[in-house]
Design a protein around this ligand. Structure first.
Ligand code: URP
Ligand code: ZN
Ligand code: ZN
Length: 466
């Protein structure tokens, strides 16, 4: 048995902050104790980690990543190997990625394909949601079985007609199935049919630059789809999780639904908290680096999203990590913004960026942990194994230096992508040491992890439902 003692840190969870030492036995948290109690652990300790001046927090849970995702005629550039290594560098010890059911294929086949991509390659633990691209009677019939296997959430798209799009009837049918088997329906809420009209009009008028990506994906088309998704969920009697919320008007819909007592949850991402639509208008083709959907929005939306995180109207910060190299992949959309592969890199910097919210006094330290770790763990049925530092929890632990500074750059990041959306941004705070199930995989800037040590996590159903 390996005994690890983490000494002298400030343990911060979603509910408390306490100066405590942590005893880890093999893969699990065994105890939290005062320094006096911890003295008794030391003689038998195999590993002692000094956490003086550091926060000791549960490892991050990123509930929204896309490794090796086929999209826009190419694949997102991080594999499960490179993407989970970058996650580990950034203090994220669990990712939940999206397996994809292809059109005309079974859900089973999609899930098996993603298992094959991930198995033996991940540095940290991982689970899967399933993207339902083809809602049919037979594919719906498969879902109960997938829930039993621990794939307890399904994503549908109201955007991207002809690719991942589901119409309202298909969305409703999938939600009815979720109401029966306890799954959580995740919705990409944008009115894709209306957006495609605006895309065609823009291109016909010669508006082909990346900045038009933001213009055609109007905030009201996000709000309208969010409203529709909420009503469909009500009709089905199913809970709803709205992914990558970026428009204030969409947040208003979620807030109203929550105020009326519905099980509706909102997720946002660091790009919407830190970047604005102005990035899309960078000179030349550089705006392509910032093409993602939902799109970046004007400044006032950013402020509203921060407020939503504070008030609890937004529940989770995930990354929607979906990197495409600028030089080789974003290039596919030069001269036609609609062909730029949608997505941005981010899995490595979620904890650090969200920590700026603490530094700037926007959220508390406990809320930081809650948004980045505990709530996603509960939302996706992994708590208290993940997202907690209680006896019996997996020893996924981050030692975080809250005063160290760093500058984000593609030259130093670990994601397999040739640019950073935050190039040159100075960050206060830095991940120093990371344990994944008791094993030190990052130690003071030395990476000690390896592909294949991350395990698949069968998940329970959402732990927030009334
Ligand atoms: O632009 C994005 N978000 N790309 C990834 C796919 C999705 O819609 O989540
Ligand atoms: Zn999406
Ligand atoms: Zn996504």
């Amino acid at each position: 048995m390996t005994r690890t003692v983490i000494r002298g840190g400030l343990v911060i969870t979603a509910t408390e902050e306490v100066a405590a030492d942590v005893l880890v036995l093999d893969e699990r948290i065994a105890a939290l104790g005062t320094p006096e109690v911890a003295e008794g652990w030391l003689p038998d300790a195999d590993v002692v980690l000094d956490a003086t001046g550091r926060y000791v927090i549960p490892g991050g849970v990123d509930g929204h990543t896309h490794m090796e995702m086929p999209f826009g005629g190419t694949f997102s550039s991080d594999t499960f190997e490179t993407g989970t290594r970058a996650a580990a560098w950034g203090g994220t010890t669990t990712i939940i990625d999206f397996a994809i059911q292809s059109i005309g294929r079974s859900a089973r086949e999609g899930l098996d394909t993603w298992h094959a991509k991930a198995e033996g390659r991940c540095a940290v633990d991982y689970g899967f949601h399933l993207i339902l691209s083809d809602v049919r009677t037979d594919s719906l019939a498969e879902l109960d079985g997938l829930v039993d296997e621990g794939v307890t959430s399904f994503k549908l798209f109201m955007a991207y007609p002809g690719v991942f799009y589901s119409d309202d009837g298909q969305v409703l049918r999938a939600m009815q199935s979720a109401a029966g088997n306890g799954a959580l329906t995740m919705l990409h809420a944008e009115n894709g049919i209306a957006i495609d009209v605006l895309v065609r009009q823009a291109l016909a008028e010669g508006r082909t630059d990346p900045r038009h990506h933001g213009a055609v994906r109007h905030p009201l088309l996000e709000a309208e789809a969010t409203h529709r998704a909420i009503q469909l969920a009500r009709v089905a009697g199913a809970p709803l999780y709205v992914v990558h919320v970026s428009a204030a008007e969409a947040l208003d819909e979620i807030t109203a639904a929550r105020d009326s007592g519905l099980d509706v949850f909102g997720e946002t991402c660091p790009q919407y908290l830190f970047l604005t639509v102005d990035e899309l208008a960078r000179p030349g083709f550089e705006g392509a680096k910032f093409v993602c959907s939902t799109p970046l929005r004007p400044e006032q939306h950013r402020e509203r999203l921060w407020r939503g995180l504070r008030t609890g109207d937004l529940s989770v910060v995930a990354t929607d990590h979906c990197p495409f190299c600028f030089a080789s992949q974003k290039e596919l959309g030069r001269g036609d913004f609609s062909k730029i592969p949608n997505g941005m890199p981010g899995v490595e910097h979620r904890l650090d960026l969200l920590h700026q919210g603490v530094v700037e006094g926007r959220i508390s330290r406990r809320r930081w942990v809650e948004l980045a770790s505990t709530t996603p763990a509960r939302m996706f049925g992994l708590h208290p194994r993940k997202g907690a530092l209680t006896p019996g929890s997996d020893a996924d632990v981050v030692l975080y230096d809250p005063v160290a500074t760093q500058v984000i750059s593609a030259a130093t990041h670990h994601m397999n992508v040739d640019y950073s959306a935050y190039e040159g941004r100075e960050i206060t705070g830095r991940v120093r040491t990371v344990l994944s199930r008791g094993e030190v995989i990052l130690d003071e800037d030395r990476y000690l992890g390896r592909p294949g040590r991350g395990r698949f996590l069968p998940r329970d159903t959402c732990q927030y439902l009334t």
